[in-house]
Design a protein around this ligand. Structure first.
Ligand SMILES: [Fe+2]
Ligand SMILES: [Fe+2]
Length: 304
C-alpha cells in the first residue's frame, strides 16, 4: 500500500476523510483546473467579448485550435457542410463546447501512465471518459432536461476520481482492477474502499469541488453510480452520466472498469432524463460512430 493512504485501523468515516484529503493534496501537484478553460469561461460570461474574444484565446494554442476544428467537423456537430475557419467552428460548436474541448485537452495529463493491469491501460480511462461524454451529449440532445455542454463535461469528468487514484497509487489501482475482475460479484467501489479508504466517486467529487466547479457537476462525479442517493435538486447531470455510462459499458465494445456490462438500466433512470427506451435505443445506434470521431478529434497531442 502506498504511504499516502490512511491506516486501515481508523474508523471508516475518518479513514475516508483522510484518504480524500490525501488525494486532493497529491493531485493538486499534478493538475489544476486548466487556466485556458477559466479564461474561456470569462469570455463565455462576457457577452461583449463575442466570437472574436474566444477566437483570440483559442487561436493562441495550435493544438487546441486543431481540436476545435476537428470536433466541429465530427459526427456530433456535422450537418451543414465542412467547417474550415475557427470563427465558424466556434459558432457551430457554441462557446460552452469550445470550453469543454479546452478542459478535455488539459485533463489528458491526468491519464498519461501507460499499461495498468493486463489488458487495461491508463489511456482506456481517458477513452472511457470521452465515450461517456459523447453518449451523455447524444442523450442531452434528445432531452430538454439539461444543456448539452454541461452534460458533456459531466461525462468527461465523471470518473476523474479514478484518474486521481492513478496519480497517487498506480500500483494500488492496478491491484483493485485485477481484484475486481477476479471477483466480479463484488462491487468495484467496495474494493476501492478496502484498498484506499474511499472510492473514485468520493475522490472525484472532492477534486471538482476544490477546483470550484458547480455543485451539479460535483454531484455527477460523486453520485453517478447511485444518482438517486444524491441531492435531488442537483442530480440532473448525475442521471445523464449514469445512463451514458451504462450505454458505453453495455454497447461500447469494452468492459467497464467499475460497472458490470450485465447490469440492466433502471426505468427510473430513463424517466429521470426525460427519455423513453425507444430513444435510448436510438442513441445506442448513434453512439459508436460519434464516439470514434470524438475520440479521434480529442486524441492527446504528442507534443504537449
Ligand atoms: Fe464510475
Ligand atoms: Fe464510468
Amino acid at each position: 500500500m502506498a504511504a499516502v493512504w490512511p491506516s486501515r485501523d481508523l474508523p471508516p468515516d475518518a479513514r475516508r476523510e483522510r484518504a480524500v484529503a490525501a488525494v486532493c493534496a497529491a493531485v493538486a501537484n499534478v493538475a489544476t483546473f486548466p487556466a485556458v478553460a477559466l479564461e474561456i469561461g470569462r469570455v463565455v460570461d462576457d457577452a461583449a467579448a463575442g466570437v472574436a474574444g474566444l477566437r483570440s484565446i483559442v487561436g493562441r494554442d495550435q493544438a487546441l485550435s486543431t481540436r476545435v476544428l476537428k470536433v466541429a467537423n465530427s459526427a456530433l456537430f456535422r450537418g451543414r457542410g465542412a467547417v474550415d475557419t475557427l470563427d465558424t467552428a466556434i459558432l457551430r460548436l457554441g462557446f460552452r463546447a469550445v470550453q469543454n474541448i479546452a478542459i478535455a485537452a488539459s485533463l489528458t495529463t491526468l491519464f498519461r501512465a501507460g499499461p495498468l493491469a493486463p489488458g487495461v491501460s491508463a489511456e482506456d480511462l481517458w477513452t472511457h471518459a470521452l465515450a461517456v461524454a459523447t453518449a451523455s451529449s447524444l442523450l442531452a440532445a434528445r432531452s430538454r432536461l439539461a444543456p448539452e455542454g454541461d452534460v458533456f463535461l459531466a461525462g468527461l469528468v465523471h470518473d476523474i476520481g479514478m484518474a486521481a487514484e492513478l496519480q497517487v497509487d498506480r500500483e494500488g489501482l492496478a491491484q483493485v482492477i485485477v481484484q475486481a475482475r477476479s471477483v466480479p460479484d463484488v462491487d468495484f467501489r467496495q474494493i476501492e474502499v478496502a484498498a484506499f479508504g474511499a472510492d473514485h466517486q468520493a475522490f472525484g467529487a472532492a477534486l471538482l469541488a476544490r477546483w470550484g466547479l458547480p455543485p451539479a457537476l460535483v454531484q455527477a462525479a460523486g453520485a453517478h453510480h447511485d444518482p438517486w442517493a444524491g441531492d435531488p435538486a442537483l442530480s440532473g447531470l448525475a442521471w445523464f452520466v449514469h445512463v451514458a455510462d451504462w450505454i458505453v459499458v453495455r454497447h461500447g465494445g469494452k468492459p467497464g472498469l467499475d460497472l458490470s456490462g450485465d447490469a440492466d438500466l433502471d426505468d427510473a433512470a430513463v424517466e429521470a432524463i426525460g427519455l423513453t427506451r425507444a430513444v435510448i435505443d436510438d442513441v445506442v445506434q448513434a453512439f459508436a460512430p460519434a464516439a470514434s470521431e470524438v475520440e479521434a478529434a480529442m486524441q492527446p497531442s504528442r507534443t504537449t
